[in-house]
Design a protein around this ligand. Structure first.
Ligand SMILES: Cc1cc2nc3c(=O)[nH]c(=O)nc-3n(C[C@H](O)[C@H](O)[C@H](O)COP(=O)(O)O)c2cc1C
Length: 191
C-alpha cells in the first residue's frame, strides 16, 4: 500500500502548518479517494542538539536524525508545510534537516513532494517556501507543486477544519489531483 507522510516544519504544539498538513492529507484521502496509509511526522519526536561539526566528530550523528531519514525513505510521497521564522525554516526543522543531510545528502530519497506554507500574515510563508522548494532537488526531492495559504486565522476554520478561501481551496484541490496522479498513475475521480 502507498505510504503518504505529512511533515509539518514546526515543533509548535499548536502549529497552523500541522493543521494545513492534516487538512491536505484528509482531502487526498476523502475527496480524491487515494488509497494509502497516511501518517504525520512530529518534529518533537526527533528533537536533537543544534548541528556542530565537533559534536559529529565526537558523538556521531544522532539516532533521531537517522530515524528521520529512514522514515522518509519508507514513505512513497511527502506532504510538507513549513513554518516561516524570520523568512526561513524554523530552527526545529533546520536542525533536524542539517543532521539528516549528514546521514545522507539525498534526504528526500527522490520522493514526490507537495510543499506548502502558511502563516498568520499576508506573506503566507512565501520566503521559506521558495527556499525549501528551490533547495529540494539538491536533496533528492521531486517537488510536484507548491501551495501557500495567507492569513491562516481568517482563511481557515479550525473548528470545522475547512479552508474558507474558495480560490485557494480550488488551487489546492487542483494540485492534489496532479499529486494523486503522480502517486497512482491513474485518472482520479473526485467525489
Ligand atoms: C521567531 C519568529 C519569527 C517569525 N518570522 C516570520 C516570518 O518571517 N514570516 C512570517 O510570515 N511569519 C513569521 N512568524 C510568525 C509565524 O508564521 C507564526 O508563528 C506561525 O504560527 C508559525 O507556524 P506554526 O504555527 O506552524 O509553527 C514568526 C514567528 C516567530 C516566533
Amino acid at each position: 500500500m502507498l505510504k503518504v507522510l505529512g511533515i509539518p516544519g514546526s515543533n509548535s504544539e499548536d502549529s497552523i502548518n500541522a493543521l494545513l498538513v492534516r487538512y491536505t492529507l484528509n482531502l487526498l484521502k476523502t475527496k480524491l479517494k487515494v488509497d494509502a496509509q497516511y501518517s504525520i511526522l512530529d518534529l518533537n519526536d526527533y528533537e536533537m542538539p543544534i548541528y556542530k561539526s565537533e559534536r559529529e566528530v565526537t558523538g556521531g550523528i544522532p539516532d533521531s536524525a537517522k530515524a528521520f531519514v529512514r522514515t522518509i525513505g519508507f514513505s512513497d510521497a511527502l506532504i510538507m508545510s513549513f513554518a516561516e521564522h524570520n523568512g526561513n525554516y524554523s530552527a526545529a526543522f533546520k536542525t533536524i534537516f542539517d543532521w539528516a543531510s549528514r546521514v545522507e545528502q539525498k534526504v528526500y530519497h527522490a520522493k514526490p513532494i507537495l510543499m506548502m506554507a502558511t502563516s498568520p500574515g499576508a506573506r503566507r510563508g512565501a520566503s521559506v517556501l521558495e527556499i525549501a522548494s528551490t533547495a529540494a532537488p539538491y536533496f533528492g526531492g521531486r517537488v510536484v507543486g507548491t501551495f501557500s495559504l495567507p492569513r491562516f486565522g481568517e482563511t481557515f476554520d479550525r473548528t470545522r477544519n475547512v479552508c474558507l478561501d474558495a480560490e485557494k481551496s480550488n488551487k489546492l484541490s487542483s494540485l492534489l489531483r496532479q499529486f494523486a496522479r503522480t502517486l497512482t498513475g491513474e485518472k482520479i475521480e473526485e467525489v
